[in-house]
Design a binder for this molecule. Structure first.
Ligand code: ADP
Ligand code: MG
Ligand code: ZN
Length: 478
């Protein structure tokens, strides 16, 4: 282990505003190409951008959630470059004076670590290029400008991460916060949440940072990890064989699991940043910041800690249950009704999540209500059904949305716990097996299991095992 890896992430998050950053076009995802465009986002001459207030509120919300200082004044700048998905020939971004700075986020790998957040700035998204692959359009490219002008925030970290795992944990945590705040869908496959990873290596103990490569094109958490791991190994190989890492942008090829050079890294001066003369400096009032601070929801980390403390559930459970705000709310509803935090966690985390995962659904779209899970737990507690029956009932609840009691009734599943009834059945079993009864009496106590089994058979598996055990002990020992 002669080398240490150093990673800093630049994360782009599309904000869930109804309209674009500087025009009133819709940001709805999945509409027909170029149906959500206007002269402003098409970059036609003579138009003027008007800033979307909601996007500023969202950006401030995120800045506060990750402990940034929000600058009273920030400045929109033009970042000039030519690309077919950028009709204006420049992107409106922020450069020397960003919206927010000096934040941090705590991640919980290896006992916890604080990752610095350098800055959060606002900018507009570019359009989308679609490269033809069919027999007729191979070699052609198409541009969809529905995305041009959608509001983004870019969250730039300090080079504080030291492994692909830390980078992944940081990224997941950022995404969870954005989704909790309800300001970004967090969807990596759709590109609403994207990440560029800057990776370098240096000899262990060295102060000076090594030359970094910037990795792009990673549209899942798994790929981010794979790309970084590959890149660290690649750079070590380069240095070990006497070469030098060059500053460049590399693309991750997920099919081959490697990164390949795309272009040498551009420098800030290539973009000729300058303040956009069409936009006044953005002044964020103390009132707006206070309003956003006041309405910040409980964030994932705080919720996780509260679950551990208030419900005395393991950290693992708390982590799973707070992975989404909807799931956490759902769980809390169940607990409110049952007053049994751990048992509730077992059902929500176990059976419910298992079934949801199987058909790729979200807890929001689930037919089982918290009240009906609570009802099921109650029935087990009362001995009305066994744990095994409950699982069967639960699957039915999941499929049909019916209440547990209704299912138990219609399937004739109720557990027999009535002592008089079971006592009669056991008497019958003993009378029907005089030989085994005699052997038991003569000392073959292993035959106890035989009598349990026969009673279960006689009740089609519906007898309450605890009650059988107790009754059988009485009767056999008598
Ligand atoms: P650039 O101007 O090339 O975009 P920045 O200084 O803006 O570089 O940094 C971009 C990102 O790269 C930040 O997240 C930062 O933490 C990270 N970074 C900077 N230098 C290094 C390095 N030597 N190794 C790894 N990451 C780095
Ligand atoms: Mg940069
Ligand atoms: Zn528009």
């Amino acid at each position: 282990m002669k080398y240490e890896s150093v990673i800093g992430l630049e994360v782009h998050a599309q904000l869930l505003t109804d309209s674009k950053l500087f025009c009133t076009c819709s940001t709805k995802f999945g509409s027909g190409p170029n149906t959500q465009v206007c002269p402003v986002c098409l970059g036609l001459p003579g138009v003027l951008p008007v800033l979307n207030r909601r996007s500023v509120e969202y950006a401030v919300k995120m800045a506060l959630a990750v402990n940034c200082r929000v600058n009273e004044k920030s400045v929109f700048a033009r970042k000039n470059y030519f690309y077919p998905d950028l009709p204006k020939g420049y992107q409106i971004s922020q450069y020397t004076e960003p919206l927010a700075e000096h934040g941090y986020l705590d991640i919980d790998t290896n006992g916890g670590k604080r990752i610095g957040i350098t800055r959060i700035h606002m900018e507009e998204d570019a359009g989308k290029l679609i490269h033809g692959e069919g027999p007729e359009d191979a070699g052609s490219s198409f541009v969809d400008l529905n995305w041009a002008g959608v509001p983004l925030i870019e969250i730039v970290s300090e080079p504080d991460m030291r492994s692909a795992d830390e980078a992944q944990a940081y990224l997941k945590s950022l995404r969870d916060i954005l989704v909790y705040l309800e300001i970004c869908s967090g969807n990596m496959e759709e590109g609403s949440f994207r990440c560029d990873a800057n990776v370098s290596i240096r000899p262990v103990g060295a102060e000076k940072l090594g030359t970094k490569a910037e990795l792009k094109n990673m549209n899942s958490f798994k790929f981010v990890k794979e790309a970084i791991e590959y890149e660290i190994e690649r750079q070590i190989d380069v240095v070990e064989s006497g070469g030098k890492v060059v500053q460049e942008t590399r693309l991750f090829d997920s099919a081959r699991g490697i990164t390949a050079s795309m272009r040498s890294k551009e420098e800030a001066h290539d973009y000729r940043y300058f303040p956009d003369p069409d936009l006044l400096p953005l002044v964020v009032s103390a009132g707006l910041i206070e309003e956003q601070r006041r309405t910040l929801p409980e964030l994932p980390e705080a919720k996780r800690e509260r679950f551990i403390k208030d419900y005395s559930i393991p950290a693992y459970d708390a982590g799973v249950l707070t992975a989404s705000k909807d799931l956490a709310n759902y769980y809390e509803e169940v607990v409110k009704a049952t007053n049994e935090p751990k048992v509730s966690s077992n059902w929500v985390m176990g059976e419910l999540l298992r079934l949801l995962k199987e058909d790729g659904r979200d807890v929001k779209d689930c037919a089982v209500t918290p009240a009906s899970i609570a009802g099921l737990i109650e029935m087990i507690k009362n001995g009305e059904i066994s744990g095994k029956m409950a699982k069967e009932v639960f699957e039915e609840m999941y499929k049909t949305g019916k209440a547990p009691r209704e299912i138990v009734k219609s399937k004739g599943m109720a557990q027999i716990s009535n002592e008089d009834e079971l006592s009669r059945i056991i008497d019958g079993v003993i009378a029907g097996n005089p030989d085994n009864f005699a052997r038991y009496k003569a000392g073959r106590v292993q035959l106890f299991g035989f009598f349990v089994g026969e009673t279960m058979k006689a009740t089609k598996g519906q007898a309450n095992p605890q009650v059988i055990n107790k009754l059988l002990k009485d009767k056999l020992e008598k």
